[in-house]
Write a protein that binds this ligand. Structure first.
Ligand code: ADQ
Length: 461
């Protein structure tokens, strides 16, 4: 069988448990065929631009990594990927910053990655490129004469064309997507936004066909909702250590733990969540002292102003709620601003009566799926899920909320903490079946089957 070459901004070691589901899934896809995982090693080095690729074997996979220079990190990574594309793709034009140097850095790192990847490709290899950092990579590979099958998966949302219209050079950027054989999105909504964008941008060139044609090349675009490794998460939530943690968590007078877990990112809706929790305490005074919101939000992209601002806002909000409502024996909001081992997360999910997942916009949201997997099947907790998470398209038995509406979220919280066992069992059983149905293995198999050309030609979304 032909080899698989995966390219992503960062490379994770698939043999380390903390690398998470995606790394493990990509690792499995690679070890099936002696594959290579290519990307940045996380280092910033002054001599980066002249340095070669470092090769290491890890559990049947070759990790091929290179460092970035400070300038590349500032322009490609912080500048264009995370100051321009991340906010735009999450519908936040108000936070997007565009500048020519950042765009040039983005293009030049994609060119540098392409040169290194092209040097490793054999004739029948297939290439799978991940996420918004590397959109133009296939186009750069094509320029170097690479004719292999190349796929792209976008982990974050694809916004409506009316939003993309505000991005300088969007025509260049999205035109490069046509260099792929397959482009995958998380949800039908993202796919439909992409199709509308293609239709609008080629309005003068006649009707758009699917698969999309660009000269002699055909690009297929489809939905591949990502999932989790369900059994390994269940196992993690049920170790003796996890049981011990849960006992400690549920000791004392408080009966209802509400858990929130995400990187501290403005797309995750944390200030709105804290305001909704405050509204819950205001509107349902009988729940005070019985309920605690535990929010775990490790820092991310701290060099960017928008991220520093949200940190300050959250600290103020949690302080204000605790000051107004807290008592000697009860702290309503427990806010933890650091990373936590995955096994601890699994235990916290299982020990919490409510999973509160309320992003303002999210590609999928794996935390929602992990919360469901971790629940005690005989006494499960309740998932509250934002309608703006990609996961909401599948997980309709969650309590689906509008995260901007504090009263609605407060009501859902009340509904969740008072829900009878029968209803919790019914909702959880159906949700777990869905999480199992579209798990991480089915996601990567579906994508790889289509990329290798074995997918159904006539089931185009
Ligand atoms: P993220 O925005 O990172 O991913 P998410 O899908 O929720 O969001 O995945 C986060 C992962 O990190 C989960 O596995 C979670 O358990 C873990 N995690 C979160 N907080 C942690 C903490 N404090 N300590 C340790 N682990 C923590 C992007 C897109 C999503 C998309 C995924 C996968 O933004 O929309 O679902 O990629 O495609």
């Amino acid at each position: 069988m032909s080899r698989l070459i995966v390219v992503s901004n960062r490379v994770a070691d698939p043999t380390l448990p903390q690398s998470g589901g995606l790394a493990v899934a990509v690792g499995e896809a690679l070890s099936d065929g002696n594959g290579i995982w290519f990307g940045w090693n996380g280092e910033i080095r002054e001599d980066a631009e002249g340095s070669g690729v470092n090769l290491e074997r890890r559990g049947g996979v070759t990790l091929a990594t290179l460092p970035l220079s400070q300038k590349e990190y500032d322009t490609y990574y912080l500048g264009y990927s995370n100051r321009a594309l991340w906010p735009v793709f999450h519908y936040r034009l108000d936070l997007a910053e565009f500048d020519v140097a950042a765009l040039e850095g983005y293009r030049s790192v994609n060119r540098r990655f392409a040169k290194s990847v092209a040097a490793m490709i054999d004739n029948d290899d297939v290439v799978w490129i991940h996420d918004y950092h590397l959109i133009p990579l296939a186009a750069e590979l094509r320029k170097l004469g690479v004719e292999n099958r190349i796929g792209f998966f976008l982990h974050i949302p694809f916004p409506p064309p009316e939003i993309i219209a505000a991005v300088p050079d969007h025509a260049w950027l999205f035109d490069t997507l046509h260099a792929y054989d397959l482009v995958g999105f998380q949800t039908d909504q993202d796919l439909s936004n992409f199709k509308r964008y293609v239709e609008q941008s080629s309005a003068d060139a006649g009707p758009v066909t699917h698969p999309f044609r660009n000269g002699t090349r055909m690009m297929d675009a489809r939905t591949f909702p990502i999932g989790i490794d369900v059994d390994s998460f269940i196992e993690m939530a049920n170790t003796p250590k996890a049981n011990d943690r849960i006992k400690r968590l549920t000791r004392g007078a408080v009966r209802n733990h509400v858990i929130g877990v995400e990187r501290l990112d403005y797309s995750k809706g944390l200030p709105d969540r804290f305001r909704s929790f405050k509204r819950f305490l205001e509107n349902f005074p009988d729940q005070r002292k019985k309920t605690v919101l535990m929010q775990i939000a490790p820092p991310t992209r701290e060099e960017l102003v928008a991220y520093a601002e949200i940190r300050t806002e959250l600290e103020q909000l949690s302080g204000a709620i605790n000051g107004e409502f807290g008592d000697f024996d009860w702290t309503p909001v427990r806010y933890i601003h650091r990373s936590v081992p995955r096994e601890t997360l699994a235990a916290l999910f299982r020990g919490s009566k409510v999973g509160l997942v309320t992003p303002l916009r999210d590609g999928m949201n794996l935390v929602a799926k992990e919360y469901v997997a971790a629940q005690e099947p005989d006494d499960p907790g309740v998932l509250i899920l934002s309608r703006f998470a990609g996961a909401a398209a599948e997980m309709e038995e969650a309590l689906i909320v509008n995260p901007y509406d504090a009263d609605e979220v407060a009501k859902a919280l009340h509904n969740a903490v008072t829900m009878e066992l029968d209803e919790r069992l019914d909702r959880h059983g159906k949700l777990l079946a869905r999480v199992r149905h579209s798990d991480i293995v089915s996601w990567r198999r579906a994508f790889m089957d289509h990329l290798r050309g074995h997918g159904q030609a006539d089931d185009a979304a």
